[in-house]
Design a protein. Structure first.
Length: 289
């Protein structure tokens, strides 16, 4: 009996229906992304070649991708790709998947109209998207990025090098500000961070895509979700130049307690909160005297 020959369009339609039965969000999009990844074609190219046959070797690999997605493995981990600030980045289970909200950190720094060379410190760089996006857009700036995870730094190094920012970004391993204490100068114009900020009690409320796959060290930060933010706010003034600025991403219910933390430190001025696409105060910006 002849083996059925699958074509792009009917494979997309079957996969979409299968994802719908398993309550996968965005079933059509996920089907397109996975098949496009496998065949090395954009979503548009899939439809321009909708009658193209998909042969057995690719079908076998595609079935494995479908099984993993139904098991809630995030799409970005299956494709090892995530776009951030219109740049392509490599990601895997060693790092948090970058979110669109985090782009506000980069945009805040780039739109600051800062004069002359700037010295940037990123705490908890993860996949390195913030540091790399800054380096691509401001090649004259000096950027130091740290992370406690050596595995995350391996991913950050890959992204840094792919985007040809090797000479512009220094990667250091260690907890918070510890790695920079051996530098000749530990004073910066900007300190940026997208730290862990999920409460430990919220573990079971997270969707399984996040809870079961993304690194917990990059997600959870104590009972109130502020253990890392609290440390950043307390220590950043010791490492900021006069009129230097701290920029942090925070959780969707944390604006008020973070405002209180900043106001307890008299050194901070011009405290502002930037809303994300959902009109939630997501990015806190605070300068020092």
């Amino acid at each position: 009996m002849a083996t059925k020959i699958w074509h792009v369009l009917e494979l997309l339609e079957w996969t979409t229906g299968y994802f719908e039965k398993h309550n996968i969000p965005n079933p059509r999009l996920d089907a397109e992304v996975l098949l496009g990844h496998l065949l090395d074609k954009s979503r548009l190219q899939l439809y321009l070649h909708f009658d193209m046959p998909v042969f057995q070797n690719d079908l076998t690999l595609f079935r494995e991708l479908i099984k993993k997605r139904v098991a809630r493995t995030p799409i970005s981990y299956l494709t090892n790709r995530k776009e951030f600030m219109s740049l392509d980045f490599y990601v895997d289970e060693r790092v948090l998947i970058p979110r669109p909200e985090t782009e506000f950190i980069v945009e805040t720094i780039l739109n600051s109209n800062s004069d002359g060379d700037q010295r940037i410190l990123e705490i908890g760089t993860g996949s390195g998207v913030i540091a790399t996006a800054l380096a691509v857009n401001r090649p004259e700036w000096e950027i130091i990025a740290t992370d406690i995870s050596s595995e995350a730094l391996t991913v950050a190094k890959k992204n840094r090098d792919v985007h040809e920012c090797t000479e512009r970004i220094t990667l250091l391993q260690g907890d918070l500000f510890e790695p920079i204490k051996l530098l000749d100068s530990s004073s910066f114009n900007w300190i940026a961070s997208n730290p862990p900020y999920v409460k430990t009690c919220e573990h079971d409320t997270l969707c399984s895509d996040i809870r079961d796959y993304e690194p917990h060290i990059a997600l959870f930060a104590g009972e109130d979700g502020l253990s890392i933010v609290r440390s950043l706010i307390a220590e950043a003034p010791n490492h900021l130049c006069p009129e230097g600025t701290l920029v942090i991403e925070i959780g969707d219910t944390q604006a008020d307690p973070v405002r209180d933390l900043l106001e307890e430190q008299s050194v901070y001025k011009n405290i502002q909160f930037i809303k994300d696409y959902a009109e939630i105060e997501r990015i806190v910006v605070a300068s020092v005297d």
